[in-house]
Write a protein of this length. Structure first.
Length: 323
């Protein structure tokens, strides 16, 4: 079978992609910054090579013998001390993958975008129809918008790209990956004094990986697919965790105005301390935006069938290794 070059293999999405592709019998070459760190995280059958999306020579070497690229590398954090790092990794890294892939003549470029590139109104279901032309509110979101546009423009140059747009990913995966798993782990540990208001759309990591693979196999060039299973408030997630682990406490919800003050003050302090704020404003903005993406197109055209949250949660909690 055709060999795949995979970026982001030590992250939640990339790690699940490596495991699903290997399970399908697909040869996978993972481009990683640290072979020593990545090797224990990946299946034995996965080839691991040193490289960086910011190093075009390493990308060109990684592409040798590969016919498809799965580009899952990126910075998903909502706050970084150096906000320009979002542009360097998410935008310049994507540009480097595009240029190398065009020169190499890959058959497929499977790009992990985000639901953040779409326009929506709070609480109203949305699909892949409208790309938001306005810059989003955080450096992370703007970098993903810029990277998405680069891939879209490259279609006109012959890049055989397909776009996948996951919502918040959770499930078994590398312990160091930021995201919803951290929230679940802290709930189990009783380390959350108060819940933030709002919620988010969720999707199981293994299902996101499967959606990417189905898109490589079945999607038309240029097609976009939202990958999201259901919307949950943080309070609802906490109650679902308590149903699985009855000793779990469901904290009270912090009023939105209080959370806003904490976020603003925290980010102002972070500029001096260079330490992450307790509540990044980007995180609060997303939770309050009540994004309700609809994955009907992926279900219909790809045959994608995501795992319901409660069933996936029962599999996820033991993988967090919290007694």
């Amino acid at each position: 079978m055709d060999r795949v070059l995979l970026t982001g293999a030590t992250g939640m999405l990339g790690n699940n992609l490596a495991r699903e592709l290997i399970a399908d019998g697909r040869p996978v070459r993972a481009l990683v910054r640290s072979v020593e760190r990545a090797r224990p995280l990946l299946p034995e059958a996965c080839e691991v090579v040193a490289g960086d999306v910011l190093d075009r020579d390493s990308i060109r070497r990684g592409l040798l013998g590969c016919s498809a690229v799965y580009h899952a590398a990126g910075l998903p954090e909502q706050w970084l001390r150096d906000a320009q790092q979002f542009q360097r990794v998410n935008v310049e890294g994507t540009e480097n993958l595009i240029e190398a892939s065009l020169a190499h003549g890959v058959k497929r470029f499977v790009y992990a975008s985000t639901i953040d590139v779409f326009a929506w109104r709070p609480g109203e279901p949305f699909d892949e129809s409208v790309i938001d032309a306005q810059p989003k509110g955080t450096a992370y979101e703007r970098s993903k918008q810029d990277a998405d546009r680069l891939v879209a423009v490259a279609l006109e140059r012959g890049l055989p790209a397909v776009f996948l747009h996951p919502s918040a990913i959770y499930g078994p995966g590398p312990a160091g990956s930021p995201g919803l798993n951290d929230f679940l782990r802290d709930l189990l540990r009783g380390a959350i004094p108060m819940l933030l208001p709002g919620g988010m759309p969720l999707v199981f990591g293994r299902d996101v990986a499967r959606g990417h693979i189905l898109a490589e196999q079945r999607a038309a060039v240029g097609a976009r697919y939202i990958l999201s299973e259901s919307y949950w408030t943080l309070a609802g997630i906490a109650r679902a965790v308590r149903d699985e682990r009855p000793a779990t406490k469901v904290p009270r919800i912090m009023p939105l105005w209080v959370a806003g003050l904490v976020a603003t003050a925290g980010e102002a302090s972070s500029r001096l301390t260079r330490k992450p704020p307790l509540i990044p404003r980007g995180q609060l903005h997303f939770l309050a935006s009540h994004a309700v993406p609809v994955a009907d197109r992926a279900r219909r055209e790809l045959g994608w069938n995501p795992t319901p949250f409660r069933k996936a949660l029962a599999e996820t909690l033991p993988a967090l290794h919290v007694a």
